[in-house]
Write a protein that binds this ligand. Structure first.
Ligand SMILES: [Zn+2]
Length: 159
């Protein structure tokens, strides 16, 4: 169940995704919110330098492992414009983070990219539940997913 506070954090993720796109990266953005509701870290995709592991959810997992206690990590929520890929889901699980809320799903992304004629990714777009089944997950959110789709259209029409 996604509430107004969740939507506020997700809107920030979509803004970050747009910033990533403007910087020549893939349009993905994520934020980390602790149990008391404080947004403590945010990042967007940074793959334009050639390192395709530079996903924001992966950066969040590593930041959280360094900066938060196990209890704080378990109580924290990761918000993201696009559902975690298998690498980021695994990182999320390994560092013991809590709930995930995404604006758009991997299934949606795969459908959009197929429509846009981009080749299939080498890594299978498995849903979070296939990687870390005990994680509380919410999404997608239709009106925000539509905004994310528009960013991917922009990305793949201009490249
Ligand atoms: Zn990822």
């Amino acid at each position: 169940m996604v509430d107004e506070t969740d939507l506020e954090h997700l809107r920030r993720c979509v803004e970050l995704a747009a910033e990533a796109l403007d910087a020549g990266d893939e349009p993905f953005g994520s934020v980390l919110v602790t149990g008391d509701g404080t947004r403590v870290f945010e990042d967007h995709n940074h793959v334009s330098g050639g390192d395709h592991t530079r996903h924001p959810e992966f950066a969040i997992a590593r930041w959280a492992a360094e900066q938060l206690t196990p209890e704080q990590r378990a109580a924290a929520t990761v918000y993201t414009s696009g559902e975690h890929c298998p690498m980021c889901s695994a990182a999320h699980g390994w560092v013991g983070l809590g709930r995930i809320v995404y604006a758009s799903s991997s299934q949606q992304l795969t459908a959009w990219l197929t429509e846009l004629g981009t080749p299939a990714a080498r890594v299978r777009p498995l849903p979070i539940g296939e990687i870390v089944p005990d994680t509380d997950v919410d999404g997608p959110v239709p009106e925000l997913a539509e905004q994310v789709r528009a960013l991917h259209v922009r990305r793949h029409r201009t490249s």
